[in-house]
Design a protein around this ligand. Structure first.
Ligand SMILES: [Zn+2]
Length: 136
């Protein structure tokens, strides 16, 4: 894996993995709120009626296990490590805070999007069927 490509692809909002998840959700007929600031941790994607949130994480910056075998960057290693552990701690706090207000959160990892069909199944299972609007 090209580590610099991973780093370049990771930003906090409207990242590519998040866009992919939004596309999948939209095409399945789900409607959602983005970066809802009234919720703890400002989850990427929120379903207010369902009390469900989806967090989309880039693997490198959020310390996913799929990156653990990768060679650590030689320069500024302590900087990366501090940043990543801060993100991991924040992600845990967000999930706990959502849970405490009776929300459930699903995390979708960037690497999972290599298999969009599996992500699709996961999203459907988490959310239940999309609301159907009857046009009369
Ligand atoms: Zn991953």
């Amino acid at each position: 894996v090209d580590r610099s490509a991973i780093m370049r692809s990771v930003k906090s909002k409207g990242t590519k993995p998040e866009m992919r998840v939004r596309q999948i959700l939209y095409s399945l007929g789900y409607r959602y709120r983005l970066h809802e600031r009234s919720l703890p941790g400002t989850p990427d994607i929120a379903f207010l009626g369902r009390r469900k949130a989806i967090l989309v994480h880039g693997c490198f910056w959020h310390g996913h296990c799929c990156t653990h075998g990768l060679r650590k960057p030689r320069t500024n290693a302590s900087y990366w490590e501090a940043k990543i552990s801060k993100n991991v701690a924040r992600d845990r706090a967000t999930e706990a805070a959502l849970k405490s207000i009776l929300w459930t959160a699903l995390t979708i990892w960037e690497c999972e999007l290599r298999e969009p069909a599996i992500v699709e199944k996961k999203l459907k299972k988490f959310l239940g069927p999309p609301r159907i609007t009857l046009l009369t």
